[in-house]
Design a protein around this ligand. Structure first.
Ligand SMILES: CC(C)(COP(=O)(O)OP(=O)(O)OC[C@H]1O[C@@H](n2cnc3c(N)ncnc32)[C@H](O)[C@@H]1OP(=O)(O)O)[C@@H](O)C(=O)NCCC(=O)NCCS
Length: 304
């Protein structure tokens, strides 16, 4: 079941069978269905639609919500794997009873779902298919920063394809590591980051940085440095953990890492030193910097 999500005026909670009457009321005005293949003001069609939603069996963190204001159901929304768009992408939909329109509550609900999907779950993008003539929906999508990336036939009619990507607000901008030996750091980090798709970004006499998306990592042999060795068990950075697409790629990086200045940590427990569900490698370079290469989604564990 999807989690309960709150906004200033609304509670979004999982749709249940008990919501049937309320949902029939939300869709009672035929105007609501103007842009859909079926007219959900017909109770039989609406019940079919509710049944379809209740039989959702996709990932449990995604699915169907009702929108409640002061205990009353005033709308529906979903965030679920798309069956219209290729590539197992996440599709959003939203529906507000007409008498609650024009007050910003739909916008408020959708903003919360976007935050949930893009920030809390970390889905790479949220997609919405909107008929050109559905002006209020197009405006809502624009208001929330969706990009219009073209037009295609979906649900039996021409739809604009809208996508919302995560923004960089609050994400890591850059990480700066001070290193005792720039050449060694460049050999170890430069190789590893290059393998993971980072690209050289800046270079100057005392440092070099690599960029991946909106984040960059700097290694610098600063003249202001006060020690010659990094102590990962002292206060400060313990390790840097990086996503790796597949377990196979973690294996390959481990095999090749020795030639690039890394030695394995916790090798006797590879690849599950961080827990049974956690496929990861722990590596340390010559100056005591540790990296963790993680093939699984981040979990509450992770030692090292
Ligand atoms: C699509 C739909 C959810 C949009 O509803 P909506 O009423 O336009 O959305 P909101 O409640 O967020 O209202 C936005 C309007 O309220 C105004 N508003 C008032 N207070 C606001 C606030 N606090 N925050 C944001 N907007 C506010 C906005 O200015 C905007 O007005 P505008 O459209 O004249 O610019 C609704 O029309 C609907 O359910 N349609 C039928 C189902 C449907 O087509 N779903 C979409 C399928 S793709």
């Amino acid at each position: 079941m999807v989690p309960v999500l709150s906004t200033e005026r609304l509670t979004l909670r999982g749709l249940t069978r008990e919501d049937t009457d309320a949902v029939l009321r939300v869709f009672a005005d035929p105007e609501m269905s103007r842009f859909f293949q079926a007219d959900f003001s017909d109770p039989a069609r609406c019940r079919e639609m509710i049944d379809r939603r209740l039989s959702y069996d996709g990932p449990p963190e995604l699915g169907h919500w009702v929108l409640e204001q002061e205990g009353e159901v005033i709308g529906l929304a979903h965030l679920r794997p798309s069956w219209e768009l290729p590539g197992n992408v996440t599709e959003l939909g939203y529906f507000i009873e007409p008498r609650h329109g024009g007050k910003g509550v739909a916008t408020e609900a959708v903003a919360r779902l976007l935050d949930y999907g893009l920030v809390e779950l970390g889905v790479p993008a949220v997609w919405a298919l909107i008929r050109d003539a559905n002006v209020s929906s197009v405006k809502l999508a624009q208001r929330l920063g969706f990009l219009d990336v073209g037009s295609e036939i979906h649900y039996g009619a021409e739809h604009r394809v809208h996508v919302k990507l995560p923004d960089t607000h609050g994400k890591v901008h850059h990480i700066e590591l001070w290193v005792p030996d720039l050449a060694e750091a460049e050999a170890s980090f430069g190789w590893l980051l290059g393998e993971l798709g980072w690209r050289e970004f800046q270079r100057w006499s005392a440092g070099v940085s690599w960029k991946h998306g909106s984040t960059y990592l700097v290694v610098e042999q600063s003249p202001a440095m006060t020690a010659r060795e990094h102590q990962r068990c002292h206060p400060g950075l313990n390790h840097l953990a990086l996503h790796v697409a597949t377990p196979r790629q973690v294996d390959r990086l481990v095999e090749e890492s020795g030639a690039h200045g890394w030695k394995p940590l916790f090798a006797d427990r590879y690849p599950h030193a961080g827990g049974d569900q956690h496929y990861a490698a722990y590596l340390e370079n010559a100056h005591g910097f540790e990296v963790e290469l993680v093939a699984t989604p981040p979990g509450p564990h992770s030692n090292g």
